[in-house]
Design a binder for this molecule. Structure first.
Ligand code: BTN
Length: 147
């Protein structure tokens, strides 16, 4: 019993640490970004597919903002070592635009989950002559609001 105690302690700590690292960077939950926009990802399926909703704090239009659906995928390749890459599309329900986000989930030095993303916002323009001004690009950083 005396010899078993240190072994059990090490096993317990190892399993505990693994459990913590597994829980981090699951995309499921509610996130807020640096613009004050919120998104909720409901569930990530076994293939990495996910869906959710996005409430943007800002708009390039004069339309009233409405919560909009999102669909995406998280990388689930065989060599996953945590901190996964992902992409998702927001199909705006109050404008003719669409936004694609791509990014990676990181666990920072304080153990906090951070989603570093880049996006392309495609607006509808009336003709091909205006195509040059139809796409905006930017970055957003998301942190977890609640799980
Ligand atoms: C539109 O204006 O047509 C739709 C809303 C676009 C909101 C953009 S998407 C990229 C950036 N990040 C956000 O959280 N909101 C803006």
């Amino acid at each position: 019993m005396v010899q078993a105690t240190p072994f059990l302690l090490v096993l317990f700590l190892a399993l505990g640490a693994q459990g913590l690292s597994v829980k981090k960077c699951s995309l499921t939950g509610t996130w807020v970004n640096d613009l004050g926009s919120n998104m909720t990802i409901t569930t990530v399926n076994a293939n990495g597919g996910f869906a959710g909703s996005y409430h943007t704090a800002v708009t390039a239009t004069s339309n009233e903002i409405k919560v909009s659906p999102l669909q995406g995928a998280q990388q689930r390749g065989p060599n996953q070592k945590g901190q996964p890459t992902f992409g998702f599309t927001v199909n705006w329900s109050f404008s003719d635009s669409i936004t694609v986000f791509t990014g990676q989930c990181f666990v920072d030095d304080d153990g906090k989950e951070v989603l570093k993303t880049m996006w392309l916002l495609r607006s509808r323009v009336e003709s091909i002559k205006s195509d040059w001004k139809a796409t905006r690009v930017g970055t957003n950083i998301f942190t977890r609001l609640q799980s």
